[in-house]
Design a protein around this ligand. Structure first.
Ligand SMILES: [Zn+2]
Ligand SMILES: [Zn+2]
Length: 160
């Protein structure tokens, strides 16, 4: 989100009493230089192209530290595998296309509405809302003719 992720890393690490190390810098570059959601292995691939000496366990340690500092977010998007990205608020939820695999962010107040509903109607105070919606993205859904039977699928049981 920031135009200067490199400065963000240094400032955040130093403020929290941590040093800027080569592996930490390489991991942060790999995560922050893409809008994608990457597995630790995918991050390791990217880091390895810059610095082949960084091993997988120091990549995991860096990710754990960044998560603790609120810099990265971990979500399970594809069959439970952990995916990492630059932190974003719960209010942005994930939409994953089951055809092309693309993951998009939806920003809006829908998650806030869920929180409010849970608090008001169920007296449930939500800490974190991790919302993953799967389906067909705009591009993929435009390739298949949308049939009326598809549109109403989810409701049929209720409406009768
Ligand atoms: Zn995301
Ligand atoms: Zn798609």
């Amino acid at each position: 989100m920031s135009p200067h992720p490199r400065d963000d890393l240094r400032v955040t690490l130093v403020r929290s009493g941590h040093r800027v190390t080569g592996p930490r810098r390489a991991v942060w570059e790999a995560v922050s230089s893409t809008g994608d959601h990457l597995t630790a292995e995918e991050i390791a691939d990217r880091v390895g192209q810059v610095d082949p000496d960084v091993n997988l366990s120091s990549i995991y340690r860096s990710l754990a530290l960044f998560a603790e500092l609120g810099m990265v977010r971990e979500s399970s998007l594809h069959g439970g595998a952990a995916h990492w990205e630059v932190a974003h608020p719960d209010e942005q939820f994930h939409m994953r296309c089951r055809s092309c695999g693309r993951v998009e962010h939806h920003a809006g107040d829908l998650v806030e509405q869920v929180r409010t509903h849970l608090a008001d109607e169920h007296r449930f105070l939500a800490d974190q809302v991790d919302l993953l919606v799967t389906g067909l993205c705009q591009e993929c859904s435009s390739k298949v003719p949308l049939e009326r039977s598809d549109i109403g699928k989810g409701r049929r049981g209720i409406g009768g």
